[in-house]
Unconditional design. Structure first.
Length: 415
Protein backbone atom coordinates (compact mmCIF):
# COMPACT_ATOMS: atom_id res chain seq x y z
CA UNK A 1 0.00 0.00 0.00
CA UNK A 2 1.27 3.43 -0.95
CA UNK A 3 1.38 6.28 1.53
CA UNK A 4 -1.68 8.49 1.32
CA UNK A 5 -2.20 12.06 2.45
CA UNK A 6 -3.23 11.22 6.02
CA UNK A 7 -0.09 9.07 6.47
CA UNK A 8 2.25 12.08 6.28
CA UNK A 9 2.73 15.20 8.39
CA UNK A 10 1.79 18.29 6.37
CA UNK A 11 1.01 20.65 9.27
CA UNK A 12 2.45 24.09 8.56
CA UNK A 13 4.60 22.72 5.71
CA UNK A 14 5.08 23.85 2.14
CA UNK A 15 3.34 21.15 0.11
CA UNK A 16 3.80 20.74 -3.66
CA UNK A 17 0.68 19.15 -5.20
CA UNK A 18 0.66 17.73 -8.73
CA UNK A 19 -2.87 18.31 -10.00
CA UNK A 20 -4.56 17.64 -13.34
CA UNK A 21 -5.75 21.02 -14.62
CA UNK A 22 -5.71 20.02 -18.30
CA UNK A 23 -9.09 21.71 -18.72
CA UNK A 24 -10.91 22.59 -21.97
CA UNK A 25 -10.80 26.28 -22.96
CA UNK A 26 -12.90 28.12 -25.55
CA UNK A 27 -11.57 30.69 -28.06
CA UNK A 28 -11.78 33.39 -25.37
CA UNK A 29 -9.70 31.19 -23.00
CA UNK A 30 -12.68 30.59 -20.72
CA UNK A 31 -12.87 27.22 -18.96
CA UNK A 32 -15.78 25.24 -20.44
CA UNK A 33 -15.66 22.33 -17.96
CA UNK A 34 -14.23 22.65 -14.43
CA UNK A 35 -14.70 19.04 -13.25
CA UNK A 36 -10.94 18.42 -13.07
CA UNK A 37 -10.50 21.47 -10.84
CA UNK A 38 -13.46 20.46 -8.64
CA UNK A 39 -11.92 16.97 -8.26
CA UNK A 40 -8.85 18.45 -6.51
CA UNK A 41 -10.79 20.45 -3.88
CA UNK A 42 -10.87 17.73 -1.17
CA UNK A 43 -7.06 17.47 -1.15
CA UNK A 44 -6.52 21.25 -1.27
CA UNK A 45 -9.09 21.91 1.48
CA UNK A 46 -7.53 19.25 3.72
CA UNK A 47 -4.08 20.84 3.28
CA UNK A 48 -5.50 24.28 4.11
CA UNK A 49 -7.14 22.85 7.25
CA UNK A 50 -3.69 21.52 8.20
CA UNK A 51 -2.33 25.07 7.81
CA UNK A 52 -0.05 24.02 4.95
CA UNK A 53 1.16 26.39 2.22
CA UNK A 54 -0.09 24.84 -1.05
CA UNK A 55 1.97 25.01 -4.26
CA UNK A 56 0.05 23.61 -7.24
CA UNK A 57 1.84 22.32 -10.35
CA UNK A 58 0.03 21.15 -13.49
CA UNK A 59 0.03 21.06 -17.29
CA UNK A 60 -2.46 22.08 -19.95
CA UNK A 61 -2.49 20.83 -23.54
CA UNK A 62 0.57 19.81 -25.53
CA UNK A 63 2.80 22.87 -25.90
CA UNK A 64 5.78 20.61 -26.80
CA UNK A 65 8.31 22.26 -24.51
CA UNK A 66 7.59 25.85 -25.52
CA UNK A 67 5.60 28.67 -23.86
CA UNK A 68 2.27 28.94 -25.70
CA UNK A 69 -0.07 31.70 -24.47
CA UNK A 70 -3.25 29.78 -25.34
CA UNK A 71 -2.09 26.91 -23.05
CA UNK A 72 -1.30 29.06 -20.02
CA UNK A 73 -2.80 27.97 -16.70
CA UNK A 74 -3.64 31.60 -15.93
CA UNK A 75 -7.45 31.15 -16.44
CA UNK A 76 -7.42 28.36 -13.82
CA UNK A 77 -6.38 30.62 -10.91
CA UNK A 78 -9.58 32.76 -10.77
CA UNK A 79 -11.77 29.67 -11.30
CA UNK A 80 -10.03 27.82 -8.44
CA UNK A 81 -10.27 30.93 -6.24
CA UNK A 82 -14.02 31.07 -6.94
CA UNK A 83 -14.46 27.38 -6.04
CA UNK A 84 -12.38 27.66 -2.86
CA UNK A 85 -13.71 31.04 -1.81
CA UNK A 86 -10.19 32.37 -1.22
CA UNK A 87 -7.41 34.00 -3.28
CA UNK A 88 -5.07 31.92 -5.45
CA UNK A 89 -1.74 33.47 -6.43
CA UNK A 90 -0.41 32.81 -9.92
CA UNK A 91 3.07 33.15 -11.43
CA UNK A 92 3.22 32.90 -15.22
CA UNK A 93 5.81 32.13 -17.88
CA UNK A 94 8.23 29.82 -16.06
CA UNK A 95 7.54 27.31 -13.29
CA UNK A 96 11.13 27.39 -11.92
CA UNK A 97 11.99 31.08 -12.56
CA UNK A 98 13.40 33.29 -9.81
CA UNK A 99 9.94 34.86 -9.57
CA UNK A 100 8.25 31.47 -9.12
CA UNK A 101 10.82 30.40 -6.51
CA UNK A 102 10.40 33.67 -4.59
CA UNK A 103 6.59 33.31 -4.65
CA UNK A 104 6.94 29.78 -3.27
CA UNK A 105 9.47 30.87 -0.62
CA UNK A 106 7.23 33.78 0.50
CA UNK A 107 4.05 31.68 0.56
CA UNK A 108 2.54 31.62 4.06
CA UNK A 109 0.59 28.84 5.74
CA UNK A 110 -2.97 28.70 4.47
CA UNK A 111 -2.07 30.37 1.15
CA UNK A 112 -2.26 28.86 -2.35
CA UNK A 113 0.05 29.37 -5.31
CA UNK A 114 -0.54 28.03 -8.83
CA UNK A 115 2.49 27.87 -11.11
CA UNK A 116 2.63 27.96 -14.91
CA UNK A 117 2.29 25.02 -17.32
CA UNK A 118 4.94 22.37 -16.59
CA UNK A 119 5.02 21.34 -20.23
CA UNK A 120 6.37 24.74 -21.31
CA UNK A 121 9.64 22.99 -20.30
CA UNK A 122 10.82 20.09 -22.52
CA UNK A 123 12.56 18.66 -19.43
CA UNK A 124 9.18 17.85 -17.84
CA UNK A 125 8.70 15.11 -20.45
CA UNK A 126 12.34 14.00 -20.28
CA UNK A 127 13.72 15.94 -23.25
CA UNK A 128 16.40 18.59 -23.69
CA UNK A 129 16.07 21.89 -25.59
CA UNK A 130 16.84 20.06 -28.87
CA UNK A 131 13.88 17.72 -28.24
CA UNK A 132 16.08 14.66 -27.64
CA UNK A 133 15.46 12.24 -24.78
CA UNK A 134 17.56 13.35 -21.82
CA UNK A 135 17.24 11.66 -18.41
CA UNK A 136 19.70 14.10 -16.80
CA UNK A 137 17.57 17.06 -17.94
CA UNK A 138 14.46 15.44 -16.45
CA UNK A 139 16.24 14.79 -13.13
CA UNK A 140 17.59 18.34 -12.95
CA UNK A 141 14.11 19.77 -13.60
CA UNK A 142 12.55 17.42 -11.02
CA UNK A 143 15.10 18.61 -8.45
CA UNK A 144 14.25 22.25 -9.21
CA UNK A 145 10.54 21.51 -8.77
CA UNK A 146 11.22 19.73 -5.47
CA UNK A 147 13.13 22.75 -4.16
CA UNK A 148 9.85 24.73 -4.14
CA UNK A 149 8.55 22.85 -1.06
CA UNK A 150 9.13 20.09 1.49
CA UNK A 151 6.42 17.52 0.79
CA UNK A 152 4.98 16.22 -2.49
CA UNK A 153 1.40 15.05 -3.00
CA UNK A 154 0.41 13.23 -6.21
CA UNK A 155 -3.21 14.05 -7.01
CA UNK A 156 -3.19 13.97 -10.82
CA UNK A 157 -4.37 10.47 -11.73
CA UNK A 158 -4.67 11.53 -15.36
CA UNK A 159 -0.86 11.79 -15.62
CA UNK A 160 0.45 8.98 -13.37
CA UNK A 161 1.00 6.70 -16.38
CA UNK A 162 3.70 9.16 -17.55
CA UNK A 163 7.27 8.96 -16.20
CA UNK A 164 7.61 12.75 -16.12
CA UNK A 165 9.60 15.04 -13.83
CA UNK A 166 6.48 16.17 -11.95
CA UNK A 167 4.98 12.68 -11.61
CA UNK A 168 7.82 10.27 -10.85
CA UNK A 169 11.06 12.29 -10.90
CA UNK A 170 10.22 14.74 -8.11
CA UNK A 171 9.59 12.07 -5.46
CA UNK A 172 13.24 11.25 -4.79
CA UNK A 173 14.09 14.91 -4.09
CA UNK A 174 11.45 15.70 -1.44
CA UNK A 175 11.40 14.83 2.29
CA UNK A 176 8.14 12.92 2.02
CA UNK A 177 5.50 12.07 -0.58
CA UNK A 178 2.03 10.54 -0.74
CA UNK A 179 -1.04 10.05 -2.89
CA UNK A 180 -3.73 12.73 -2.59
CA UNK A 181 -7.37 11.89 -1.96
CA UNK A 182 -8.29 11.77 -5.66
CA UNK A 183 -5.47 9.32 -6.53
CA UNK A 184 -6.22 7.30 -3.39
CA UNK A 185 -9.85 6.95 -4.50
CA UNK A 186 -8.82 5.87 -8.03
CA UNK A 187 -6.44 3.22 -6.67
CA UNK A 188 -9.08 1.95 -4.26
CA UNK A 189 -11.85 1.46 -6.83
CA UNK A 190 -9.76 0.38 -9.82
CA UNK A 191 -7.50 -1.76 -7.63
CA UNK A 192 -10.33 -3.52 -5.81
CA UNK A 193 -12.25 -4.07 -9.04
CA UNK A 194 -9.25 -5.90 -10.50
CA UNK A 195 -7.71 -7.56 -7.46
CA UNK A 196 -10.73 -8.39 -5.28
CA UNK A 197 -13.78 -8.28 -7.53
CA UNK A 198 -17.10 -9.44 -6.18
CA UNK A 199 -18.34 -12.02 -8.71
CA UNK A 200 -19.84 -12.07 -11.30
CA UNK A 201 -17.28 -9.61 -12.71
CA UNK A 202 -18.22 -8.11 -16.09
CA UNK A 203 -16.02 -5.91 -18.29
CA UNK A 204 -17.56 -3.75 -21.02
CA UNK A 205 -15.07 -2.65 -23.67
CA UNK A 206 -15.87 -0.43 -26.61
CA UNK A 207 -14.18 2.04 -28.90
CA UNK A 208 -12.71 1.90 -32.35
CA UNK A 209 -9.69 -0.38 -32.25
CA UNK A 210 -8.85 -3.82 -30.92
CA UNK A 211 -5.19 -2.72 -30.98
CA UNK A 212 -5.93 -0.09 -28.29
CA UNK A 213 -7.42 -2.70 -25.97
CA UNK A 214 -5.40 -5.89 -26.66
CA UNK A 215 -3.52 -5.72 -23.37
CA UNK A 216 -6.67 -4.85 -21.44
CA UNK A 217 -8.52 -7.87 -22.89
CA UNK A 218 -5.51 -10.15 -22.22
CA UNK A 219 -5.30 -8.98 -18.59
CA UNK A 220 -9.05 -9.08 -17.94
CA UNK A 221 -9.46 -12.61 -19.37
CA UNK A 222 -7.68 -13.82 -16.21
CA UNK A 223 -10.13 -12.02 -13.93
CA UNK A 224 -13.61 -11.60 -15.40
CA UNK A 225 -16.61 -13.89 -15.82
CA UNK A 226 -17.80 -12.06 -18.94
CA UNK A 227 -16.52 -9.50 -21.46
CA UNK A 228 -18.90 -7.45 -23.58
CA UNK A 229 -17.31 -6.05 -26.74
CA UNK A 230 -18.99 -3.18 -28.56
CA UNK A 231 -18.12 -0.29 -30.85
CA UNK A 232 -16.03 -0.69 -33.98
CA UNK A 233 -13.65 -3.13 -32.29
CA UNK A 234 -16.48 -5.69 -32.34
CA UNK A 235 -16.40 -5.76 -36.16
CA UNK A 236 -12.80 -7.03 -36.19
CA UNK A 237 -13.86 -9.93 -33.93
CA UNK A 238 -16.90 -10.66 -36.11
CA UNK A 239 -14.89 -10.60 -39.35
CA UNK A 240 -12.36 -12.99 -37.78
CA UNK A 241 -15.24 -15.49 -37.51
CA UNK A 242 -16.16 -15.06 -41.18
CA UNK A 243 -19.17 -12.82 -40.47
CA UNK A 244 -19.86 -10.02 -42.99
CA UNK A 245 -18.97 -6.52 -41.79
CA UNK A 246 -19.85 -4.40 -44.86
CA UNK A 247 -17.95 -1.09 -44.86
CA UNK A 248 -17.49 -1.09 -41.06
CA UNK A 249 -14.17 -0.08 -39.57
CA UNK A 250 -12.13 -3.29 -39.30
CA UNK A 251 -8.46 -3.83 -38.43
CA UNK A 252 -7.63 -6.48 -41.02
CA UNK A 253 -4.12 -6.92 -39.60
CA UNK A 254 -5.64 -7.92 -36.24
CA UNK A 255 -7.96 -10.71 -37.44
CA UNK A 256 -5.64 -13.52 -36.31
CA UNK A 257 -5.20 -11.83 -32.94
CA UNK A 258 -8.99 -11.51 -32.57
CA UNK A 259 -9.34 -15.27 -33.25
CA UNK A 260 -6.66 -15.99 -30.68
CA UNK A 261 -8.39 -13.84 -28.02
CA UNK A 262 -11.70 -15.59 -28.68
CA UNK A 263 -9.99 -18.97 -28.24
CA UNK A 264 -8.33 -17.82 -24.98
CA UNK A 265 -11.72 -16.68 -23.68
CA UNK A 266 -13.25 -20.08 -24.54
CA UNK A 267 -10.34 -21.92 -22.87
CA UNK A 268 -10.76 -19.83 -19.70
CA UNK A 269 -14.57 -20.25 -19.84
CA UNK A 270 -15.08 -16.49 -20.03
CA UNK A 271 -18.41 -15.49 -21.62
CA UNK A 272 -17.21 -13.35 -24.58
CA UNK A 273 -20.18 -11.39 -25.90
CA UNK A 274 -20.24 -9.78 -29.33
CA UNK A 275 -23.19 -7.98 -30.97
CA UNK A 276 -25.81 -10.30 -32.47
CA UNK A 277 -27.46 -7.51 -34.47
CA UNK A 278 -26.58 -3.94 -35.42
CA UNK A 279 -27.84 -0.51 -36.30
CA UNK A 280 -26.24 0.13 -39.73
CA UNK A 281 -26.04 3.13 -42.08
CA UNK A 282 -24.87 3.54 -45.66
CA UNK A 283 -23.55 7.07 -44.97
CA UNK A 284 -22.27 8.86 -41.85
CA UNK A 285 -21.11 12.47 -41.54
CA UNK A 286 -18.25 12.06 -39.06
CA UNK A 287 -17.14 15.72 -39.39
CA UNK A 288 -20.48 17.22 -38.34
CA UNK A 289 -21.41 14.20 -36.21
CA UNK A 290 -24.71 13.76 -38.02
CA UNK A 291 -26.75 11.42 -40.19
CA UNK A 292 -26.57 12.87 -43.73
CA UNK A 293 -29.79 13.67 -45.59
CA UNK A 294 -30.91 10.66 -47.62
CA UNK A 295 -28.82 8.18 -45.61
CA UNK A 296 -30.34 4.73 -45.12
CA UNK A 297 -30.37 3.55 -41.48
CA UNK A 298 -31.47 -0.02 -40.78
CA UNK A 299 -31.39 -2.71 -38.10
CA UNK A 300 -29.90 -6.05 -39.16
CA UNK A 301 -31.68 -9.31 -38.36
CA UNK A 302 -28.44 -11.01 -37.25
CA UNK A 303 -24.71 -10.37 -36.69
CA UNK A 304 -23.95 -9.98 -40.40
CA UNK A 305 -23.68 -6.46 -41.86
CA UNK A 306 -24.70 -6.16 -45.54
CA UNK A 307 -22.41 -4.80 -48.26
CA UNK A 308 -22.48 -1.01 -48.55
CA UNK A 309 -23.45 -0.52 -44.90
CA UNK A 310 -21.38 0.14 -41.78
CA UNK A 311 -22.17 -0.77 -38.19
CA UNK A 312 -22.89 2.32 -36.10
CA UNK A 313 -24.46 0.94 -32.90
CA UNK A 314 -25.49 -2.27 -31.16
CA UNK A 315 -28.95 -3.49 -32.21
CA UNK A 316 -31.92 -4.18 -29.87
CA UNK A 317 -31.22 -7.93 -29.57
CA UNK A 318 -27.59 -7.18 -28.64
CA UNK A 319 -28.67 -4.64 -26.01
CA UNK A 320 -31.03 -7.22 -24.51
CA UNK A 321 -28.34 -9.93 -24.51
CA UNK A 322 -25.71 -7.58 -23.01
CA UNK A 323 -28.26 -6.24 -20.54
CA UNK A 324 -28.95 -9.63 -18.99
CA UNK A 325 -25.24 -10.02 -18.20
CA UNK A 326 -24.88 -6.46 -16.87
CA UNK A 327 -27.97 -6.77 -14.64
CA UNK A 328 -26.59 -9.90 -12.96
CA UNK A 329 -23.10 -8.42 -12.39
CA UNK A 330 -21.68 -7.56 -8.97
CA UNK A 331 -18.58 -5.79 -10.36
CA UNK A 332 -18.66 -3.80 -13.61
CA UNK A 333 -15.69 -2.14 -15.32
CA UNK A 334 -16.47 -0.12 -18.44
CA UNK A 335 -14.13 1.56 -20.92
CA UNK A 336 -15.33 2.73 -24.34
CA UNK A 337 -18.71 3.34 -26.04
CA UNK A 338 -20.73 0.70 -27.93
CA UNK A 339 -21.36 2.79 -31.05
CA UNK A 340 -20.90 6.24 -32.59
CA UNK A 341 -22.62 7.69 -29.55
CA UNK A 342 -21.67 11.31 -30.39
CA UNK A 343 -24.42 11.07 -33.05
CA UNK A 344 -27.73 10.95 -31.10
CA UNK A 345 -29.34 8.45 -33.50
CA UNK A 346 -26.48 6.00 -32.84
CA UNK A 347 -26.22 6.46 -29.05
CA UNK A 348 -28.96 4.07 -27.92
CA UNK A 349 -26.76 1.02 -27.24
CA UNK A 350 -24.29 3.00 -25.14
CA UNK A 351 -26.99 4.92 -23.24
CA UNK A 352 -29.04 1.77 -22.51
CA UNK A 353 -25.99 -0.07 -21.15
CA UNK A 354 -25.16 2.98 -19.00
CA UNK A 355 -28.68 2.85 -17.52
CA UNK A 356 -28.38 -0.90 -16.88
CA UNK A 357 -24.99 -0.42 -15.18
CA UNK A 358 -26.63 2.21 -12.95
CA UNK A 359 -29.50 -0.17 -12.15
CA UNK A 360 -27.03 -2.91 -11.19
CA UNK A 361 -25.20 -0.37 -9.00
CA UNK A 362 -28.49 0.60 -7.31
CA UNK A 363 -28.84 -3.09 -6.37
CA UNK A 364 -25.36 -3.23 -4.81
CA UNK A 365 -22.91 -3.81 -7.67
CA UNK A 366 -19.63 -1.88 -7.82
CA UNK A 367 -19.35 0.02 -11.12
CA UNK A 368 -16.19 1.73 -12.38
CA UNK A 369 -16.27 3.77 -15.58
CA UNK A 370 -13.08 5.08 -17.19
CA UNK A 371 -12.12 6.76 -20.46
CA UNK A 372 -13.44 10.11 -21.72
CA UNK A 373 -16.09 8.69 -24.07
CA UNK A 374 -17.53 6.29 -21.48
CA UNK A 375 -17.67 9.09 -18.92
CA UNK A 376 -19.51 11.31 -21.44
CA UNK A 377 -21.86 8.39 -22.11
CA UNK A 378 -22.94 7.90 -18.47
CA UNK A 379 -23.49 11.66 -18.24
CA UNK A 380 -25.51 11.64 -21.47
CA UNK A 381 -27.64 8.85 -19.99
CA UNK A 382 -28.11 10.98 -16.85
CA UNK A 383 -26.81 8.21 -14.56
CA UNK A 384 -23.33 9.49 -13.65
CA UNK A 385 -24.38 10.09 -10.01
CA UNK A 386 -25.47 6.43 -9.76
CA UNK A 387 -22.11 4.96 -10.86
CA UNK A 388 -19.80 3.93 -7.98
CA UNK A 389 -16.69 5.53 -9.41
CA UNK A 390 -15.96 7.58 -12.52
CA UNK A 391 -12.23 7.59 -13.24
CA UNK A 392 -10.55 10.94 -13.97
CA UNK A 393 -7.74 9.38 -16.00
CA UNK A 394 -8.38 8.03 -19.50
CA UNK A 395 -4.92 6.73 -20.41
CA UNK A 396 -4.04 6.00 -16.79
CA UNK A 397 -7.18 3.96 -16.13
CA UNK A 398 -6.63 2.03 -19.38
CA UNK A 399 -3.03 1.19 -18.43
CA UNK A 400 -4.20 0.20 -14.95
CA UNK A 401 -6.69 -2.21 -16.56
CA UNK A 402 -3.81 -3.58 -18.65
CA UNK A 403 -2.01 -4.44 -15.42
CA UNK A 404 0.84 -2.05 -16.20
CA UNK A 405 2.87 -0.33 -13.53
CA UNK A 406 2.07 3.40 -13.42
CA UNK A 407 5.33 5.36 -12.93
CA UNK A 408 3.70 8.18 -10.93
CA UNK A 409 2.28 5.64 -8.46
CA UNK A 410 5.30 3.32 -8.41
CA UNK A 411 7.52 6.26 -7.35
CA UNK A 412 5.48 6.97 -4.21
CA UNK A 413 6.77 5.49 -0.92
CA UNK A 414 5.05 2.53 0.72
CA UNK A 415 3.25 2.93 4.05
Amino acid sequence: MKKTLKDIDVKGKKVIVRVDYNVPLDAGLNITNDKRIVATLPTINYLLQQNAAVILIAHLGRPKGKAVDSMSLKPVAPKLAELLGKPVKFVGKDVISAEAKKAAADLKSGEILLLENLRFHPEEEGKNAAGEKDKAALDAFAKELASLGEVFVQDAFGTVHRAHASTAGIVKYVKDAAAGFLVEKELKFLGEALDKPVKPFVAILGGAKVSDKINVIENLLNKVDAIIIGGAMAYTFLKSQGIGTGTSLVEDDKLDLAKELLKKAADKKVNFLLPVDHVVADKVDFVNKAVPAGAKVEITSDASIPAGFMGVDAGPKSIEKFGEVVKSAKTIVWNGPLGIFEIPEFAKGTVEIAKLAAEATDKGAISVVGGGDSVSAVKKAGVDKRITHISTGGGASLEFLEGKELPGIAALPEK
